[in-house]
Design a protein around this ligand. Structure first.
Ligand code: ATP
Ligand code: MG
Length: 571
């Protein structure tokens, strides 16, 4: 490609509405442009990166025996009603009507469409297993679209669905996809971890996320410093919080303490001169609109995902001030379990081993001291409801947990028969019995993977593409386009590279060399060949790796050969 003929609108200034590095650089380097919140144009460079990621995914999925197909983006409501998700998916599902007033949605994921298809087309165990995938535009009306391609509303996803006669066979394929995903992200040149994950609204019995490690990530991952235990913080467990030593003491008489204006755990603990571990945090939640109480030791954080799973609700939200007054009789900050009847109380295991603790008195400006389980209140059920923290004990070994931030780029789920049962996707087994197919599904955010690669590979002047994802592998920079010899040398190097299958861009613009170098660094092309008058006179050209500080001087007639070697080293 000739730079002079391409659309690469680079910007000198960092756009003010871009918070994370990848978003800033994709805008500055002319990869994407915003059309509306979470909706983007992929300019030629951005489009090339998207295709690079897609092709790696496609090659690995096909090598693993999956077949590519394409499903529609616009999906009739009937399919979503059949699975039961039309009423439950919530506002992320963009619903539309056609000219006849019939309901449709823009597909945010395609379990419904694929299950309807296989349920109709597959009849016998002989046609199983099958793994079908597509690379397609999804729409999710995210509450907070942000960070560019990282959390868009319209985005490209690879989604795959496999169908099996037995649970064991689904698990075999799940493990195969797990390995395939590892290869995909390795080939993308990313540093990532495969972690145990919560299976969320899609449901199912187990799932893993592939998380690219980056400070700007929206996810947090807990991993053991000794063994290979790693889990999303939404799901991570620790030994210490499940097995706290039982420090139960004899119950002391209940006391009411005035705590004017002291609401938070920190305020009350400081006011009473104790540590947070002597307090119990009492939280009022609405689970599908029904109030409940959650208890946890004062110095720990409640994990809402765990609470949501325990209560098996669709929507869980912290109750507002009005509900808190209605349930506890006091404003937020003074709630406690003692005296609260006719409401479910879920407590974290940490509370099970506490005695004589402090909590709200359900009266404004008052707290209770020496509160005890059984004597003063009862709990509906104890569960692990706490969020692990750095230094907690690994649940599997003697190691300690570390917490890292990361970006979820892929997610695999074993779905079981949730969708096949709901939608009647059955087959006949060898004995002629009709059974629901066992399913698993596998997603990758294509644009998010590209953005995550930038988060991991950049410096103060721009992107540093891993070779496999770079829109062009080599940039040939003409220092002075007015000099005929310089121009023809550059043109011939550029043509030879292209002939050998190297993806090259020729910077033939009538610009100052400084501008060209800046742009080449900003857009992040891995190898730059600089063709200038001085180099030609000396018989050597400067060849520079984007990630290295120093350039090498290579004899003109060896440049093409050397650069081809540099590029091929990555494949
Ligand atoms: P998240 O927790 O980040 O919202 P999710 O659990 O909703 O992700 P899945 O339904 O598993 O995501 O979708 C599969 C993959 O699609 C994700 O692993 C992610 O890479 C990508 N993805 C999901 N939502 C978005 C989005 N809004 N923008 C870009 N990519 C997305
Ligand atoms: Mg989501």
């Amino acid at each position: 490609m000739r730079y002079s003929e391409s659309l690469i609108p680079t910007l000198r200034e960092t756009p003010s509405d871009a918070e994370v590095t990848s978003h800033q650089l994709m805008l500055r380097a002319g990869y994407i442009r915003k059309v509306a919140a979470g909706i983007y144009n992929y300019l030629p460079l951005g489009f090339k990166v998207l295709k690079k990621v897609e092709n790696i995914i496609r090659e690995e999925m096909e090598a693993a025996g999956a077949q590519e197909m394409l499903m529609p983006m616009v999906v009739p409501s009937e399919l979503w009603e059949k699975s039961g998700r039309w009423d439950f998916y919530g506002k992320e599902l963009l619903r539309i009507k056609d000219r006849h007033g019939r309901d449709f949605c823009l597909g945010p994921t395609h379990e419904e469409v694929i299950t309807e298809l296989t349920g109709t087309e597959i009849r016998s165990y002989r046609e199983l297993p099958i793994n079908l995938f597509q690379i397609q535009t999804k729409f999710r009306d995210e509450v907070r679209p942000r960070f560019g391609l990282m959390r868009g509303r319209e985005f490209v996803m690879k989604d795959a669905y496999s169908f099996h006669a037995t649970e064991e066979d689904a698990e075999r394929e799940y493990r195969k996809m797990y390995d395939t995903y590892k290869r995909i992200f390795e080939r993308c040149g990313l540093k990532f971890r495969a972690v145990e994950a919560d299976s969320g609204s899609i449901g199912g019995s187990f799932s893993h996320e592939f998380v690219v490690l980056a400070e700007s990530g929206e996810d947090a991952v807990a991993s053991c410093d000794i063994c290979d235990y790693a889990a999303n913080i939404e799901k991570a467990i620790s030994k210490s919080k499940r097995n706290l030593p039982d420090k139960k003491e004899a119950a002391l008489p209940l006391e009411k303490i005035e705590t004017p204006g002291k609401k938070s755990i920190e305020e009350v603990a400081a006011f009473m001169g104790v540590k947070g571990e002597h307090l119990v945090k009492t939280l009022v939640y609405l689970a599908d609109g029904k109030p409940l109480i959650a208890l946890i030791r004062g110095d720990y954080e409640l994990n809402e995902i765990k609470l949501k799973n325990v209560t098996a609700c669709n929507e869980l939200e912290l109750a507002g001030p009005e509900t808190v007054i209605k349930i506890t009789g006091a404003p937020t900050g003074f709630a406690g379990p003692a005296g609260l009847n006719n409401i479910d109380i879920y407590a974290d295991h940490t509370v099970e081993v506490m005695s004589n603790f402090i909590c709200g008195a359900n009266e404004k400006d008052l707290h209770l001291k020496n509160v005890n389980l059984d004597r003063d209140f009862e709990v509906t059920a104890f569960h692990d409801l706490s969020t692990v923290t750095c230094g907690d004990e690994c649940p599997r070994c003697e190691g300690k947990l570390e917490i890292h931030r990361g970006i979820e780029v892929g997610h695999i789920f074993k779905l079981g028969t949730k969708y096949s049962e709901a939608m009647g996707a059955t087959f006949l087994d060898a004995e002629g019995n009709e059974k629901p197919m066992v399913m698993a599904c596998y997603g990758i955010g294509v644009g998010r993977t590209g953005a995550a690669a930038i988060e991991q590979n950049n410096d103060e002047v721009g992107i540093i593409w891993p070779m496999p994802l770079a829109p062009y592998q080599v940039i040939v920079t003409i220092v002075n386009t007015k000099d005929d010899e310089v121009r023809t040398t550059a043109e011939s190097i550029y043509e030879s590279l292209k002939e050998k299958g190297i993806e090259a861009i020729l910077d033939d613009r009538d610009e100052r060399p400084g501008v060209k170098f800046k742009d080449a660094d900003l857009i992040g092309i891995p190898v730059r060949i600089t063709v200038g008058g001085r180099g030609i006179k000396e018989g050597k050209l400067e060849v520079k790796h984007r990630e290295e500080k120093e350039a090498a001087n290579i004899e003109i007639n060896k440049v093409v050969e050397e650069v081809i070697k540099m590029v091929r080293a990555y494949f």
